[in-house]
Design a protein around this ligand. Structure first.
Ligand code: HEM
Length: 118
């Protein structure tokens, strides 16, 4: 489960960057296709995340924060891509993105199921 989760968010991160540069390069059709795959990945990330949550003995504050931060990152993927496509300012969202991503990675890797905690 955890491997599916990691595969999901690593791929999502890569496709987010690909979609971003496709939009920037004016390749809207290509960007649309990548964004469609990206949305399927969101579902996979959330599904594997929820499945792991069901295996947790006690869902404490760290887990709640991890879940909220995870959904926050996904929301920011969407916000940044849609605002970039509309040529709107995205700096506030990029700042949030760095914070939310750092938080979700830190919490993910420090929680007990992580491969970083043998
Ligand atoms: C883009 C969004 C997300 C990223 C980058 C992310 C990242 C991570 C990382 C790095 C880990 C630790 C993996 C390991 O070291 O083995 C992890 C574990 C986990 N994630 Fe996510 N995640 C995201 C979204 C979510 C969401 C939306 C949920 C909940 C619905 C969720 C729930 C979990 C749970 C329950 C674990 C296991 C924690 C444990 O060790 O007990 N994640 N995630």
């Amino acid at each position: 489960m955890i491997h599916g989760h990691i595969t999901g968010w690593v791929l999502a991160l890569i496709l987010f960057v690909v979609a971003f540069f496709l939009i920037k390069g004016g390749k809207t059709k290509g960007a649309k296709i990548v964004q469609m795959i990206l949305r399927v990945l969101y579902l996979a990330i959330i599904a594997t995340g929820v499945m792991m949550l069901t295996q947790v003995y006690k869902i404490d504050f760290q887990y709640i924060l991890k879940t909220v931060a995870g959904i926050w990152v996904i929301g920011l993927f969407e916000m940044i891509l849609s605002r970039t496509a509309k040529n709107k300012n995205t700096s506030v969202f990029w700042i949030q993105f760095v914070i939310a991503l750092a938080l979700v990675l830190y919490l993910g890797f420090s929680l007990p199921m992580s491969f970083m905690n043998p």
